[in-house]
Design a protein. Structure first.
Length: 177
């Protein structure tokens, strides 16, 4: 079996990270813009577009797992580490598949025109503030927990690389050319 992830998986991983950073940054930085300004509208459009792009990339990553098996870690970690790793990856996949859906549904029920990459998205004929608030609140709570989960994921990779000294991190690094 190959010692690294397939190049397509590596590219999607790092592209997804870039888009996640842009998605979070656009939401966090919108506060420095004035309500109703074109700058704020740009930040919101970037948040929506990058969020949907993350969702598409995550769907592709899930599909690629069927074609490219996960390379083994060398040296082989203990059973509890493997279980924790699988749990964390499962949580991250669920998070990045559910967040965009919750956001899109929240926007749908908001009933106000919005778009992704300049393409108008469907909206409810009758806005439903209760559904918008419920779905938006869940979206925000999961997104907030994302800071913690992404941090744990990154710290675990660094821990494996510098303390355990296995190839966990190296399996996801692009090849040097």
């Amino acid at each position: 079996m190959k010692a690294k992830y397939h190049s397509s998986q590596i590219a999607l991983h790092w592209l997804a990270l870039l888009l996640v950073i842009l998605t979070y940054a656009s939401m966090e930085l919108r506060g420095i813009t004035s309500r109703g300004s074109s700058e704020r509208a740009f930040m919101m459009a970037m948040h929506y577009s990058c969020g949907v792009a993350v969702w598409v990339l995550m769907l592709l990553r899930v599909a690629l797992r069927f074609f490219h098996p996960t390379p083994p870690i060398t040296p082989k970690p203990g059973r509890m580490i493997v279980i924790a790793s699988h749990a964390m990856h499962g949580i991250l996949y669920l998070m990045f598949l559910s967040l965009p859906l919750l956001g899109m549904l929240s926007m749908y029920f908001r009933g106000i025109e919005w778009g992704v990459f300049g393409i108008s998205m469907p909206i409810a004929a009758e806005p439903n503030d209760d559904m918008k608030e419920l779905l938006g609140g869940i979206h925000e709570a999961i997104a907030t927990s994302g800071y913690f989960l992404i941090g744990i994921h990154a710290l675990a990779a660094i821990y494996h690389h510098y303390v355990v000294r296995d190839d966990t991190l190296l399996r996801m690094m692009p090849d040097k050319k």
